[in-house]
Write a protein that binds this ligand. Sequence first.
Ligand code: GLA
Length: 387
Amino acid sequence: MKTNRLWAVAIAVTLAGSAHAAGGAAMTPPMGWNSWNHFEAKIDDATVRAQADAMVKSGLAAAGYRYINIDDTWEGERDAEGVIHPNKKFPDMKALADYVHSKGLKLGIYSSPGAKTCAGFEGSLGHEVQDAKTYAEWGVDYLKYDLCSLGPKMQAAGGLEKAQAIEVEAYIKMRDALTATGRPIVYSLCQYGFYQPWRWGPSVGGNLWRTTGDITDKFGRMIQIGFSQAGLSKYAGPGHWNDPDMLEVGNGGMSAIEYRTHMSLWALLAAPLLAGNDLTTMTPETAAILGNKGVIAIDQDPLGKQGDRVRQEGPLEIWAKPLKGGAKAVGLFNLSDLPANVELKASDVGFKGAAAMRDVWADKDLGKLKAFHAVVPAHGVVLLRVD
Ligand code: GLA
């Protein structure tokens, strides 16, 4: 009974929202950079400009990375009219947006539907229309809207449906405020997967919605988040994506093998690719992992289908993502601490007879095969394109 009512709410919201979805197009998963994973509160105007410079210089902009996203801790005080101003770390947000745009990139910003952001800065509660207008005036192209202090209000609401209604209403309020600006602004919902956002995210204008709690730069946490996405593929598509959080590639807590697993899994999931490292100091190896053209093409494939689990055998997992034209991207994952032999039959991923297989990271054609065996390193992946 309760479940039925919840679905009814979700459907009603879907219908109401479909007529005027906010957001930029995000026809493929957004790609860019976000300040939080590496810099947290140590982010300022100069650092953001340096990241934009490095995005271009490193070749990552040419590889498709677009958004330079400022996360929490930029917020200052509101003036007598209630208009939000950045704090002293960001002397002139419009000038910063102009600078980022001059590099051919786009600027993202962050706020919360609550009174305070997660780091305790000024949120947008009661100022949604004003804030959306300010962001548009600055030239902002992307908003991450992070639940934060609205969470306790939802918990106190007394029950699942009331809590969900508070959340949905808050996200709709900002969607309408963004729409009213007339500027395309990608709308990123950040609410840690509470109340199955994949069911109602598109209806509140979300171009992407977080499906999990925060990632950390540890293999265990990364795979916990990544592999928990099984079963969510049907909810993603052009303009609306599941978001298992930002990348940790290059932050130092995982090996290159593990970061390739991270990047491969995110590409198979059609996840947003938001680099979370310091682009100004990254090694060539990190740049090569983030910038791998074959892997990015899987993530950005125009069909816009998210991949899903095909098979699991303890710590060995096979995931596949349909690509435009009938090909499949296939990941053979070994989550164990020792190398393992993994077999893929072409028929496992829907091919009759032999199929052309290509090792994406090795950039090497393997030939037309009915079956492929690989020794996959501990914590590693072999990523294939099967045609
Ligand atoms: C939450 C979000 C993170 C980050 C921080 C900022 O934890 O999930 O991605 O934005 O808030 O305070």
